[in-house]
Design a protein. Sequence first.
Lengths: 82, 287
Amino acid sequence: MSGEKADAFVDITDVVCPITFVKAKVAIEELEDGQILEIKMNEGEPIQNVPRSFKEEGHKVIGVENGGDGTYTVLVEKGGLE
Amino acid sequence: MAQVNYKELKKGGFMKQVQKDRFSLRIRLAGGQIEADQLKKVYEIAQRYGQGYVHLTSRQSIEIPFIKLADVDVVKQELAQAGLQPGACGPRVRTITACQGSTICPSGLIDTTELAKEFDQKYGGRELPHKFKLGITGCGNNCLKAEENDLGVKGGVKPNWLDSKCNFCGLCEAVCPTQAIKVQKSDKQLLFKDQECNYCGKCVKACPVEAWEGQSGFIVSFGGLFGKRIAVGKQLLPILFSKDNLHKVVEITLEFFKKHGKQSERFGNTLDRVGWELLKKELQEVK
């Protein structure tokens, strides 16, 4: 996807707000700046809010794929906006 | 005993209760905000002159029930000490409601609090044929239900895409509720159908690389009702980008209602009777 390879993966389709972002945030904390986290999330509220929250914390979304099954896979570069 | 002018009392925010010579005192607030010190004064009045409780109104104000007729004047003085005054009831512009807006809420697109204060100063309590409700909501999430007001304001943003900054990640397409954006990653193209855009600003808020810039504005709705009759306010104008124009629109609308409205007729019913086109025509002078 987008030619970028993820360093870690987290599935947040099994939790609801506000745990969605908490779970994704815990996963990105494990990485070093510049590394990429792949997150699978549901459409609707999670895709609206989780990437925006990452932006607010200085991480950069570099790719979004619509799974076509009500989920999205989002690639986020840790610290990419700092 | 002196003749009691209930109409005057009601005008001044004192509502006659079921109980003889007892009034529920409405406080004039805008945007649902009150200073902590003022709240302390409300507490004191409720303790001393009321029954030790307050009622939160359906439109973000506070009422202190069980004020005695004999205490009305001294209660007004007490309120004034804290920079407070009684609110409006009866046939006039009522409490201005607002969400917290862009200064607090991550979704907010306009400064609703500041606007509510301006509306209160300019239009609060203005005499009209019937009650008139102004409400302000910061974005398309519509927490403050713009369209149920006689005149509602909703924050919006007109997005503009900057080719040079885009990383074609596709997030804007994913968050756009009206499918107005199509990102073609393979050949680095982006299609934006602006006639589909609802000005929600989600693309601008979400974009990780500031490739969407936006101009904030006001989406105005007219003639909403949520009382005896329920009707959704209608948008008669394109999004307005200047606050001066917004105020012109409010002035024209209030004057229109004053001129065409019958006593005890809500604005939406006036528009149904005289024709919406008439108001639309008058609003055309705002460019």
